[in-house]
Every structure is written in C-alpha cells, then in structure tokens.
Design a binder for this molecule. Sequence first.
Ligand SMILES: Cc1ncc(COP(=O)(O)O)c(C=O)c1O
Length: 396
Amino acid sequence: MPKISQKGLAMPQSPIRKLVPFAESAKKKGATVIHLNIGQPDIRTPQIALDAVKNNNLKVLEYSRTEGSESYREKIAAYYHKNQIEVTANDIIVTTGGSEALSFAMGSIADTDDEVIIPEPFYANYNGFATASGIKVVPVVSKIENNFALPPIEDFEKLITPKTKAILICNPGNPTGYLYSEEEIKKLAKIVVEHDLFLIADEVYREFVYDDRQHYSILQEPSLANHGIIVDSVSKRYSMCGARIGFLVSKNQEVISTAIKFAQARLSPPTYAQIASEAALETPQSYFDEVKTEYVSRRNLLISELEKLDGVVVAKPQGAFYCIAELPIEDADDFAQWLLEDFRVDNETVMVAPAAGFYATEGLGKNQIRIAYVLDRPTLKRAVHILGEALKTYIG
Ligand SMILES: Cc1ncc(COP(=O)(O)O)c(C=O)c1O
C-alpha cells in the first residue's frame, strides 16, 4: 500500500466537526440535536445579494481575474474607507473565503519550520493551515479569568526566536469573543515593528462588536503599513458562508505580489460568489443594526443562563458570536460525545465543540467548551437547560 504523507498524518481534525458522526447517529435514532458547535448563523443573507445572482444574464461563467474583479476590489476599498481603513484596490486580493486568505498569508511569509506566535485559544483551523504550510504554531496563553485579554507583551517577547515570522491574532476573537483594544493593538504594533515581524489579523468578525465598543483594525495603525496583513471574509458579515469569498489585505506590495502568485495557481475566486458579494456591499446599515441587536440579546441570555449553572465559569464576549465556558468536568471531549450518544431531555440533546482543539498547548482547555450563539433565544435557553441537566447526571 503506498504511504500517505507525514504532513497528512499530522493534519489536525477540526474540533468543531469531529463529533459529527455521533450527531448524525443521534439524529438517525430520532433525537433532535441543537448545534451549538458551529458558527453557521441562522440570519438571512441580504436579498440584494441573492437577487444579484438570480437576475444576472451571464452567458459564460468565466474565470475572473486572479485577484478578483476590479469593480469589486474598488468597492471593497470604499468599504474599508468607511471603516477608517485606508487601502486601495491594489492592496486587496479576493480569495476563496477567509480560509484561503489565511493560507496565502502563511505561504507568503513563512518557510518550513518557521514560527508564528498565536494567542490561544484560537480559531482551530489556524493549526490546519499552519500544518499544511509546514509552519510551527507557538502558542501564548490567554486566560479565561482575564476574559482572554491580550497576554502580557513580555510573554510574546520571550517566545520570539530567529524563526519567528509573525504574530497572528483574531479580533474580535473566535472562540473567545474578546475584542482587542486600541492600546493592545498598539502594543502588538510596537513589538512586531521592533522585531521586524508581520502582524496578521483575522478581522472576519469586524462588524460584530457590542456594548458601544469600537473595532480598531491593525491597518488603522500607521506603523503597520509594511507589517500588517488583514484576513477578511463575507461569510459572517452578510451570513454568506457558502459564497466562499474573503480577502487578503496588505499595504506591503511585496506581500501582495507574493500572495498573487499563490492565487494564480488556483486561477480565480468564484465568479457567481463575487457577483453576490459585490451586491452585498449595498446592504443597508439597518440590516447590521438588527443583526447586532439580535446577537447582543442572544449573548446576554446565553451568558446569564450559563452563569446560573453550578460550577460553570464563562467569559463574557465583547464581539463575534462565540463564548468559552469552563465546566466542572475533566474531559470535555468525553462529555460532548456522551451528550450525543447517551443524554436526552425530551428527546433533545446539544452538540458543543470541546475547547482543547482550540489550544496548541497540550492539556489546556480540556474542561472547556466553545458555544456559538447563532440560534434563536428560545433554542439557546433550551440548550443551556439541557446542558445543566446533563452536567448533573454526568457528574453524578
Ligand atoms: C476566525 C475565523 N477566521 C476565518 C474563518 C474562515 O472563514 P471563511 O468562511 O471566509 O473561509 C472563520 C470561519 O468560521 C473564522 O471563524
């Protein structure tokens, strides 16, 4: 039998999806599974985006330009300008999701065995992209008791080696919901400039910030013009996860021209999805206001219900739509599987993402889960009730 690669063997499983077979089996047996595990919003895609695909009269579904169509990139630059981020169409590459932007960013700045420092817990697929690129993830621990704020900058400093190429942050954070302040971004800017590193910021949840907080982008920081790379996406912004459109943005033209070579190898981003995403830019502010109000009320309900459960500690999210909850158990992997296999309330159960897969440090996050609050309030309330009953039975 021919052998598959070491890299393939090392590819991590997604903690968000690995329990899917157990959920499918529960559903086959007639149970209802409430999905708290995955960030698939139930919010409607703006009609204007769907109509743009329905009503267009393309005769040939052609490749688009490698870096995305000119008109779309011009409009994206205008979107950034509205968000106090000054970039031009030439600073933007349209990618197949933020996912592809992440892999282009890593491919463009790091060689095999180079290192990228990432505050943990982090979006689990960073591990996958790093492994695929042969890059080593060097974690720096952020803590639930500090609401997952930026770890002390000395903790980053200690980890910098000649192989360090970048610091990667997610702002606001998946899975933590933490929003880095302007001061925290400035501290990161200082350290990356001092050590001549890149700062990659995954800002796919930029619009989802709560309680009158403001998002501060890395490219609002003038010192980061040559150091900053933004990873962005339409997936969550317009509830268009299936469109598969994202962007890589940098004012560093060497980064852009290098990333374009990776982009040329995959020819172009999807044409229909660019048409939909370009139209989505016309989405009225009222859509975002309504969506934000909905997420805030879901967050408030989720956190207050979780806080009522004995022994549960939860960090209050300031953005995105996830939270990490610490449970009075030892092994959240086992608990999550048991929920799907053995526990029901009125024939319903919940699926959660065990948080260990969001950490790179072995042993961390074992008693934590990530919850996505992408479901309506009555469902969230039922889900937390089921979790509470489950904990009583599980702990015994
Ligand atoms: C933090 C973060 N970055 C990137 C992505 C990838 O997004 P996309 O659907 O644009 O590939 C996700 C998706 O959930 C995410 O949560």
